[in-house]
Design a protein. Structure first.
Length: 205
């Protein structure tokens, strides 16, 4: 079983900005972030504060947006990531896992609406990622998340549920504090830094 983070691990940099600038004009983004400076400042204290800051900012950015518009922005974001933002060495490692017959799951705090199409191009159909909530009556985003922000301990909790009550990982790949809990569950945790992955694991066959 292999769990792979998305932003900064599979991609060259954080992809959320790519989505934000497609979903709202800069003036709206600036206003949303400026309105929640205290919450953003507290986000460095830990996961709970970080999750709260993300929730209140995205409530302003996404709340009331037609679902079709948000999905269109997500599709554009996925195309941009696929074309120019994937790390060749991490993609190669994923290809090795697939060749070995390993089950690969991408686990990300980014929105599943653009993460899933990107990793789908790599032949990965198991994705655990943050979801936006949609009002079924208006077909507009409520500005809230549907479920958890998939970061920190939430990655382990959701993996455990997804895997039927266990989080037994052979490999896990991550690059930030939001991946520490997931990496701790793996026999072979791989921290993705600025360097290139050169070592190929020994075949398990």
């Amino acid at each position: 079983m292999v769990a792979v983070d998305f932003d900064g691990t599979l991609t060259r940099r954080d992809t959320l900005r790519q989505f934000l600038f497609r979903v709202q004009p800069p003036r709206v983004l600036i206003k949303a972030f400026a309105s929640h400076v205290p919450s953003i400042a507290r986000s460095f204290r830990g996961d709970d504060e970080r999750n709260h800051a993300k929730a209140v900012v995205f409530s302003d950015i996404l709340g009331g947006m037609p679902r079709i518009d948000a999905e269109a922005a997500a599709i554009e974001t996925a195309q941009a990531i696929t074309e120019a933002m994937l790390k060749a060495d991490v993609v190669a490692r994923i290809r090795w896992h697939q060749k070995e017959g390993h089950r690969v799951i991408v686990v990300s705090a980014s929105f599943i609406n653009y993460v899933a199409p990107v990793v789908g191009e790599l032949g990965i159909d198991e994705v655990i990622a943050t979801r936006w909530e949609v009002d079924p009556v208006t077909d507009r985003l409520t500005g809230r998340f549907e479920g958890a922000n998939v970061r920190g301990e939430a990655k382990v909790d959701l993996l455990t549920d997804h895997l039927g009550g266990t989080c037994a990982l052979e490999y896990a790949y991550g690059n930030s504090s939001g991946d520490v809990a997931m990496l701790a569950e793996a026999k072979n945790p791989v921290w993705i830094g600025r360097g290139t992955i050169t070592e190929v694991p020994q075949s398990t066959r």
